[in-house]
Design a protein around this ligand. Sequence first.
Ligand code: ZN
Length: 139
Amino acid sequence: MKSYRRELWFNVPTRRAFINITPQVQECLRESGIREGLVLCNAMHITASVFINDDESGLHHDYEAWLEKLAPHEPVSQYRHNRTGEDNGDAHLKRQVMGREVVAAVTAGKLDFGPWEQIFYGEFDGGRRKRVLVKIIGE
Ligand code: ZN
């Protein structure tokens, strides 16, 4: 069995953003040489997500509005977590809703996706360098 590991780095200038990272994951898959197996892709930070959905700008707007309704950033004093001196209590909750990781099948050297599936990095507390882990196993 072959195994491959790489970290993808991000430095999102805004507090929140959704970035399609499918091309980077496909590049990892090419580099790995693995034809049959599994790819795991996870945020290495507790205020960011990796998830699969459609690359559609309306949907990204809807996520933003929905997450702000569920866990508004302001007022930051509403979160007990922020008593630590942080202001990212909302980002921890948003990440919990959007998930930590995705696992995708690799078939014939490609991500074995349905027609609209794409992999996204969801940033909820940007303005600093953060990482996503890509681990691929198979043969
Ligand atoms: Zn925090």
